[in-house]
Design a protein around this ligand. Structure first.
Ligand code: GTP
Ligand code: MG
Ligand code: ZN
Length: 324
């Protein structure tokens, strides 16, 4: 069985080193490797989301009956230094990911183990934290993000306050508070344009038919949308997932956020274009559960809201966890 190398994305025979790029391959890759891509404009919240997602995969292990750990030392070191320390020890935001930062291109590789009675099932999960600018041109997306083709799932992160109608609603509610909004994205960085490029990249040479990769369209930073959402919004209720994905909970949230996205996306592009995918789920998450101070300090330790929802759905789509 061939595997996709997480460093050069060539299809190679499993062995200790990649025959194409020479990188050392963690032995777990031989069993399976599922690559998950997190795509979104610059400042959409990718780095913070990845930081929290990985921590939550560990912390919630008992709830889901899995164990989750780094597959190599590089992953341990990268995660500690770039993600965990700033957020959990220094209580500070993570720096912007620079396009020229070679380290940011290294994969974070984890093993997810399930125990079914005496049987053990494993999957290797690979994450990449790309700089948002890399999604600003089709050439860049095609060249620099070849892993997209081979993804087992994509989390498309959308900062709601980068969307035109959400900004209008915010300013109606808080007149004159432009400064509190994230910068208005330049044209080629608009969420709708990045989504179109992502579709083109995933469609690849296949001209007909829907895109088979499951896509979790996820509003990030929903703590900052409190002004629009009521406390009864399903996302603010405790999640029902335990030992697997609660399908009722998933549907309630997905309907809610699909509708919300149609309202705040003035161009109505995202939901319309999402029909190009065979499998779509809508989600809302917050990595931090707070708006960091302008100085980059957190007000308190991260209090994530529903960080695992998109990932649970993708694991279910890949047959790794149950849906009930
Ligand atoms: N309110 C709120 N703000 C957040 C949250 N997560 C991130 N932010 C803010 O959004 C900014 C950008 O987040 P990043 O995770 O760096 O965004 P990114 O998508 O990695 O950006 P690039 O590295 O430029 O591609 C952060 O500096 C935070 O100020 C959240 O959960 N809630
Ligand atoms: Mg980043
Ligand atoms: Zn390789």
């Amino acid at each position: 069985m061939a595997i996709i190398c997480p460093y050069c994305f060539e299809s190679v025979a499993p062995s200790a080193r990649c025959s194409q790029c020479g990188e050392t391959l963690p032995s777990q890759l031989k069993l399976s490797n599922l690559m998950f891509s997190i795509v979104g404009s610059t400042e959409s919240g990718k780095s913070h989301y990845i930081a929290i997602l990985i921590e939550q995969m560990k912390r919630q292990a008992a709830r889901f009956g899995w164990s989750f750990h780094a597959a190599n030392d590089e992953t341990i070191n990268l995660y500690e230094r770039r993600f965990k320390r700033p957020l959990y020890e220094s209580l500070a935001t993570i720096d912007k990911t620079q396009t020229g930062d070679r380290e940011a291109r290294r994969p974070l590789i984890y093993t997810l183990c399930f125990f079914n009675g005496s049987q053990e099932q494993r999957a290797t999960l690979v994450f990449y934290d790309a700089a948002g600018e890399r999604f600003n041109s089709q050439d860049e997306i095609n060249r620099a993000t070849r892993y997209l083709y081979n993804s087992a799932g994509v989390i498309f992160l959308v900062d709601p306050l980068q969307m035109s109608e959400a900004r209008n609603l915010f300013l109606k509610r808080f007149p004159g508070e432009e400064k509190a909004l994230p910068e208005r994205p330049v044209d080629n960085a608009k969420v709708g344009n990045i989504f179109t490029r992502l579709i083109n990249a995933l469609q690849g040479r296949q001209l007909q038919g829907k895109i088979p990769v499951p896509i979790a369209i996820t509003l990030s930073k929903i703590d900052a949308l409190r002004f629009l959402l009521t406390d009864e919004a399903p996302v603010f209720l405790p999640p029902f997932h335990r030992g697997g994905l609660s399908l009722a909970d998933f549907r309630r949230n997905s309907d809610y956020f699909g509708n919300l996205l149609s309202v705040i996306d003035g161009d109505r592009e995202i939901v319309a274009n999402a029909r190009r995918f065979e499998r779509v789920g809508y989600f809302g998450v917050s990595a931090l559960g707070q708006n960091p101070q302008k100085t980059g300090r957190l007000q308190f330790k991260p209090r994530p809201i529903r960080p695992l929802d998109p990932m649970l759905w993708l694991l279910w789509q890949n047959g790794l966890i149950d849906g009930k």
